[in-house]
Design a protein around this ligand. Structure first.
Ligand code: GLN
Length: 306
């Protein structure tokens, strides 16, 4: 496996078109686009990395996998009264469909959906308590207590978050949020600003590889049926309006973030985290996708076969 990971890394270094770093969040715009990291953690817990796998990056929307998992733990199927589970076919920050569907977002991974999920997790607690809970959960699934929030990124998002604010206000106008908009947004921006390395992120995905149990720690995180459903949501919605293309090219449940990270799950085989800050037009990591495409070609790990 190490030779496959190394060969992907060397191949990616030769690629000249690396996509464009997200610039609508100023703090992300100053990340060096030449960085690349790939980590594969097998079901048995073996770790294979290449590139800067110890460098922290902003996980952004990948955090939505963890908040969705928490919300399902708290609310169970009642969550589906607040957010749908269909692919949207629209950009991650789109508002159009909210009007047609009474302020209920199409799925938990588009921004509106993740804002609704953050509201659901809050109950009636303060953002600070909720964020401590989210961070605790991420540390638990990754088995790493050093994981934290990059406050500079959170502030940067807050300053430039007009689009997310409009999504939240629009949902609030349909009385879809239980907490004040500013508190829900504060929670959302902060969980998007969690920093992780590819090694930490790949470990954090382990529970989705083995039917809800992290084989490295022996801890059950979610029941089997829930792991299966989270994986299916990742496959159908994890790359926004690029989800079909990702399923076609990679064929794994995956979740991207505008920080350039992707978490991909090969059920029964491995958890994979890749990071390259340059994005394609849709906002998914360009080289990250290319690297995963190469990995499934080499390993035959696509859920659809070779
Ligand atoms: N925090 C980002 C936003 O709200 C997350 C978007 C993403 O990673 N696709 O715009």
């Amino acid at each position: 496996m190490q030779n496959i990971v190394d060969s992907i890394y060397h191949e990616m270094r030769t690629r000249t078109d690396r996509g464009k770093v997200a610039n609508y969040i100023p703090q992300l715009a100053c990340v060096d686009p030449s960085q690349f990291a790939l980590t594969v953690v097998t079901q048995e817990g073996e770790v294979f990395s290449a590139g800067c796998a110890q460098t922290l990056f902003s996980i952004q929307s990948i955090s939505k996998v963890f908040t969705l998992t928490m919300a399902l733990g708290k609310l169970g199927d009642a969550l589906w009264a607040r957010v749908g589970r269909e692919p949207s076919g629209d950009p991650f920050n789109s508002i159009v469909q909210l009007e047609h569907e009474g302020g209920i977002p199409r799925n938990p991974f588009i921004n509106a959906g993740a804002i609704a999920v953050a509201d659901a997790i809050m109950g009636h607690n303060e953002p600070k308590e909720t964020l401590a809970e989210i961070l605790n959960f991420v540390r638990f699934v990754a088995n790493d207590d050093s994981i934290s929030i990059d406050e500079k990124v959170a502030q940067s998002e807050m300053m430039t978050g007009s689009r997310n604010a409009s999504l939240a206000h629009f949902m609030a106008s349909f009385e879809r949020l239980e907490n004040p908009v500013d508190k829900v947004l504060g929670t959302y921006f902060h969980h998007c600003s969690i920093s992780m390395t590819t090694e930490q992120l790949a470990r954090a995905g382990m529970f989705l590889v083995s039917n809800g149990t992290n084989h490295c720690t022996g801890m059950r995180v979610v029941p089997e049926h829930r792991a299966r459903r989270i994986n299916s949501l990742m496959l159908m919605c994890g790359h926004y309006d690029g989800s079909g293309e990702f399923a076609y090219r990679v064929g794994l449940p995956g979740k991207s973030g505008v920080g350039g990270g992707i978490l991909a799950i090969a059920p029964g085989k491995a958890s994979i985290a890749v990071w390259s800050p340059g994005l394609d037009k849709i906002g998914n990591s360009k080289l990250g996708t290319e690297a995963l495409e190469m990995l499934v070609q080499e390993t035959g790990w696509s859920i659809f076969g070779h």
